[in-house]
Design a protein around this ligand. Sequence first.
Ligand code: PLP
Length: 286
Amino acid sequence: MTRTVYVNGEYLPETEAKVSIFDRAFLMADGVYEVTSVLDGKLIDFDGHRARLERSLNELDIPKPPEFDDLLDIHRNLVAENGVEEGMVYLQVTRGAPGDRDFVFPSKETRPTVVLFTQNKPGLADNPQAKVGIKVISIEDIRWGRRDIKTVQLLYPSMGKMMAKKAGCDDAWLVEDGFVTEGTSNNTYIVKDGKIITRNLSNDILHGITRAAVLKFAREAQMEVVERPFTIAEAKEADEAFFTSASAFVMPVIEIDGAAVGGGKVGKVATRLREIYLDESRKAGI
Ligand code: PLP
């Protein structure tokens, strides 16, 4: 099926959508993005994603695109047009295409490029992996120092996923100065003696929208949350491990660098948090 996508004010068949070869994201990874999941044809955590997009644009001094205030409508139009019941909407905003290559930022009059498309993923919420858990390896975190900004510089996370695949695993946890920062495309957690431990927010990690929601639900359910860095050694000794992201929700981790976590079984806390997150998000979907 040919999808309808959105580019700079126009809804087009995906085969007709074009972006300039001078686009700053193409030449310099000068762009930011968001992924919003769709359940029951509704957007999950949309306000959080829009707020983070605004923050990413501000931090990089990329002008707000003219359609910024219409983003909810554009998301909804694409979901409806493409008949997405479960899946996601990808949104990218770049510093635009000034018509030549230059390290200096183009003038503020250059239109930021805005691209949105949908990905249909039937069965997203019922992902069988969530019942058996996934395996991760640990690798060094050699990304830049502003991981709180959701840029399209995704080469190293992509290489990390490939390293994990090569090792027969599903994902990689990134380690800096002996402590886990986050996963290649997710925030990471361990559970020990009933406490949920996850790295505190800083420029070292992306401020996950799913992380914020899951921690809120955990606290509301009287679970204890501790925001601090943890090591791989600590994670291996934990009762449970899991990660969160907009597309995976809450995903249990049962093995780290070949060592079983929690006896290699999916834990109760991760299972409960996944249930709560999916229930509450479906109710609040827009
Ligand atoms: N950390 C990184 C590096 C990510 O790329 C992502 C999502 O893509 C996350 C964390 C999770 O963020 P969110 O829950 O907003 O999807």
